[in-house]
Design a protein around this ligand. Sequence first.
Ligand code: HEC
Length: 222
Amino acid sequence: MRIVSTLFVAFSAAVVLTSCGAGGDNQGTEYAPNMYHSVAYEPYSQITDEDAGRWLTSIDYPDGHAEFYNSNKFNPYRMNMRESAPHTVARNKHGWLPYRLGKDSLAFAAANVKSPLDSTAAIIADGKVLYETYCDHCHGPKGKGDGKVAAGGIKVEVNGEQKERSIYAGVANLTSDALKGVSEGHIFHVITMGKGLMWSHGSQISPEDRWKIAKYVKTLQK
Ligand code: HEC
C-alpha cells in the first residue's frame, strides 16, 4: 500500500513539474485546452501550427488542420487581421473624415465648416453636460468667462489692498458682443485647435461631442 501511494505521489509530482514547461510558443500542458484556444479567428493571436491539438481532435476540419490551428492562410504572415491599405483614412461611425484644417485656419473654418448635427433638444442637452465637464470651470456656467478657475479665489495683497486674482487669466466671455455672433464652425475650430491662451481640446473630446458643445454654446449666447 505504501508503495502505491509513493508511486502516486511521484507520478503526480512528475505531472505537475512537466506541466510548468511553458515558454515562447509552448503553452505547457493544459487542462481543458478548448477553454483557452478559440477555434474562431482571433485578430491578435493566431496559432500557425497546423498540427497543434492533433491528438485532441475529434472533428475533421475540411482543410486537414488540427484542433487549435486558427490562422488565415490567405493573409500575409497568416494573420487573421489584415492591415489596411496604404493611405487609408479612418472615418468615424458616422462616416466623418478626420478634421484636417490647421490651427491658423480659424477664419476659413468659421465661414465654411458647418455643423453636421441638428439642433434637437437631446443634442443640446448632451452639449450642456459636455460643456459642464470641459468648459464650465473656465468659461463659467453661463459662458460669462467667470468659471471657478478664471474668477479667482487667490487673494493677493497689492499695495496693502486685498485683491482677488484670477488663476487662469484672460478667459473669454462667450456672451460678449465680439463673440455672440460666431458660427458653430468657429467654436468647433477653437475647441479642436485652441486659440491664444486657450489650449486645444481636440484630443480629449470626440468631434461629435465638440459639435454638441458648439450647439450648446450658441444657446448660451442667445
Ligand atoms: C483652461 C481654461 C479654458 C478652458 C477649459 C476652455 N477655455 Fe475657451 N478660452 C479660454 C481662454 C483663456 C480664452 C481666450 C483665448 C485668447 O483669445 O487668448 C478662450 C477663448 C474661447 C473662445 C473664443 C475664441 C475667439 O474666437 O476669441 C471660445 C469660443 C471658447 N474659448 C470656447 C471654449 C469651449 C467650448 C470650451 C470647452 C470645450 C473651452 N473654451 C474650454 C480658456 C479656456
